[in-house]
Write a protein that binds this ligand. Sequence first.
Ligand SMILES: Nc1ncnc2c1ncn2[C@@H]1O[C@H](COP(=O)(O)OP(=O)(O)OP(=O)(O)O)[C@@H](O)[C@H]1O
Length: 251
Amino acid sequence: MPRPILEIDHLTHAFFNGTGIHDICARIFPGEFILVAGPNGSGKTTLIKHLNALVRPTSGEIRLHGRSVTKDLIVTRKTIGMVFQDADTQIVADTVEDEVAFGLENLNTPRARILEKVDQTLAYMNLIHLKDRNPSTLSGGEKRRLAIAGILVMDPEIIVLDEPFANLDYPASRDLVEIICRLNREGQTIIMATHEVEEVITYASRMLIMDGQGRLVKDGPPRELLGNLEYFGIREPCFSRMGYSAPPWQT
Ligand SMILES: Nc1ncnc2c1ncn2[C@@H]1O[C@H](COP(=O)(O)OP(=O)(O)OP(=O)(O)O)[C@@H](O)[C@H]1O
């Protein structure tokens, strides 16, 4: 049995108004593709913020390789790369190339190495043709891929994505699913929070379902949870409603 990368241990974050997340326990292993699902307000974003120690728990803790994520913020944030829903808030540079180079420059990486890694990452994310463009001129799908590129170039052990399909049309979502699945097949550990699971449920290895009170109510393989998702306030994928266990083109 491999050792978990992350251990979420009785994590509670109580907001002043009584909402938040309550007593969450889960372990995440190398190479997993975890879906964190649940209706609006179930605490997905709050949980994700704790993974990167962006907020402090009321009680409990998250351990990364056995050490609290709050212990060494530099190590935590280098190991766990976060891609938030609003890609615009993550953009800092005037060109796509500089945007992806930004994190490496801050680590004083040699220039030649930066250029090489940035090119590799842009090619991987299908953005190389946009290298000289101003990020503000990109489409929503391109911006989302750029935000992932900026994280990927730093070689994080875990990539965390918050609602990556929000505001994307079908082709942009499919492109993103392909990239995320390819990353996961190559060994990248992925944690994705979403309330729309249709796009990715058959590719995820495990699903954590949160309820409207911020509690973790299910932790299991997606195939075992299909058919019961509506009960948890999650839209049942179309193929599942039609009685299939996976989209017909995948079986
Ligand atoms: N800073 C805050 N102060 C007070 N309450 C908060 C704060 N942040 C989140 N909450 C509350 O905590 C609960 C969980 O919110 P959170 O954003 O984590 O849910 P979510 O599952 O990510 O929702 P969505 O799918 O809408 O993004 C909600 O009831 C929300 O109103």
